[in-house]
Design a protein around this ligand. Sequence first.
Ligand code: ADP
Length: 177
Amino acid sequence: MAKKFIRVIFPGSFDPITNGHLDVIDRGIKLFDELIIAVGRSPVKNQLFTPEERVEMIEELISQRQMPGVSVESFEGLTVEYAAEKKADVILRGLRSLTDVQYEFQLAMTNRAVAGIETVFVMTSEQYGFTSSTLIREVASLGGNISNLIPENIYNRLQQRLKKDQRPQTQDQSFES
Ligand code: ADP
């Protein structure tokens, strides 16, 4: 019997993509035939990079690292609707710790209830168990060295963005709202 071709989407904010995300992608593409990194366009407060910038940065990474079977797109609205549109069989998500499990469990159950789609979880390497985009944004904005937690091109973009954006946070927020 011919092996079934399995396409997965890996949805998230990726603001910015981290080595933890990459670890999940590297593990995911070993399990499945095609993996689409799906950058959510939902209006999130305090976002550092626009969805277009995030896609561009990830595209750069995919071509630098040569990742066959991996692509990136942005999407708007429900993840399950996007998955159906792409004819994806599975939603891939990463797990860092037990804290992630509760939320991810609810999300996976909801997605299965509304669309019948399965979610597959991949556990990250221990070294990225504490890495999150939010923490990276915070630590980097305070001048901390996070160069070993994100890819080099993302690190450079982050430094440029933080240098350019010297305005205090409260101003950013009032500007955005
Ligand atoms: P979201 O806002 O949807 O949680 P994220 O970009 O923060 O989007 O994360 C996307 C996915 O990647 C989620 O499944 C999240 O648990 C996972 N993830 C984030 N950081 C890591 C990491 N360091 N190791 C493993 N998985 C991670």
